[in-house]
Write a protein that binds this ligand. Structure first.
Ligand code: ADP
Ligand code: ADP
Ligand code: ZN
Length: 217
């Protein structure tokens, strides 16, 4: 299955992609993670992306499409993938269509996780991850079983993203509404858009996505 998880920052794309990839044997492809890895490596792409990301704006289509095109060449994607955070503009969506059609492939579904803006600020400012294994947590909504210890790997080191502050979130939401929301009618027209309610508990959101995926199998 080839899927896109679409939604505003903080909607739960990453959280759900990590849960769904295990059950359905897919690979999560997060452009945000790829860009942060590029920044950490000190590459030219990373240098160009850093300032844009810190300001809450979108990295250029050229850079992001280039990163995805490279990743799609890897041979671990035979069973399918979940694009998390890509595409974010109609230009990126068109490039993706082209990349897939060149390989005689097509998307199976675009899962749109619908969450109101007011909830997103709360979700993003409370977000943190395990510094060792990357598992996601939230100050209020997804706490580790033992305070300060990662459920999955036992690490006691956690990190927060530089761009997860109230000010940058507002910029990111603006970018979402201006540039990314037009993807909803774009995919609806293609007949592959599946909209789910992202304002319920994590478990219930996973259940809704599962139902959608079982329907297209
Ligand atoms: P995205 O990848 O769309 O930006 P995340 O998956 O990182 O969003 O989720 C943002 C934050 O909100 C994380 O801290 C996560 O633990 C929390 N979260 C995700 N889904 C829910 C939910 N359904 N209810 C409450 N909190 C959630
Ligand atoms: P979130 O999970 O909060 O939606 P991401 O980790 O997906 O955030 O992305 C973080 C930042 O990386 C974005 O604010 C943007 O600057 C950049 N970015 C990630 N994916 C893309 C993309 N497809 N196009 C342009 N910029 C992107
Ligand atoms: Zn961990």
């Amino acid at each position: 299955m080839k899927l896109i998880f679409l939604g505003p920052p903080g909607a739960g794309k990453g959280t759900q992609a990590k849960r769904i990839e295990q059950v359905h044997n897919l690979v999560q492809l997060s452009t945000g993670d790829m860009l942060r890895a590029a920044i950490a490596s000190g590459s030219d792409v990373g240098k160009q992306a850093k300032e844009v990301m810190d300001g809450g704006n979108l990295v250029s289509d050229d850079i992001v499409v280039g990163i995805v095109a490279e990743r799609l060449k890897d041979d671990d994607l035979e069973n399918g993938f979940i694009l998390d955070g890509f595409p974010r503009t109609v230009g990126q969506a068109k490039s993706l269509d082209k990349m897939l059609s060149d390989r005689s492939e097509a998307l199976d579904a675009v899962v749109s996780i619908d969450v109101d803006d007011e909830l997103l600020v709360e979700r993003i400012t409370g977000r943190y991850t395990c510094a060792k294994c990357g598992k996601g947590y939230h100050d209020m909504f997804e706490r580790p079983e033992t305070e300060g210890v990662c459920d999955r790997c036992g690490s006691t080191a956690f990190s927060r993203r530089a761009d997860d502050n109230a000010e940058t979130v507002r910029e990111r939401l603006k970018a979402y509404h201006a540039e990314t929301a037009p993807l909803l009618p774009y995919y609806a027209e293609k007949g592959i858009l599946k909209t789910i309610d992202g304002m319920t508990e994590i478990e219930q959101v996973t259940g809704q996505i599962d139902e959608v995926l079982n329907g297209i199998n």
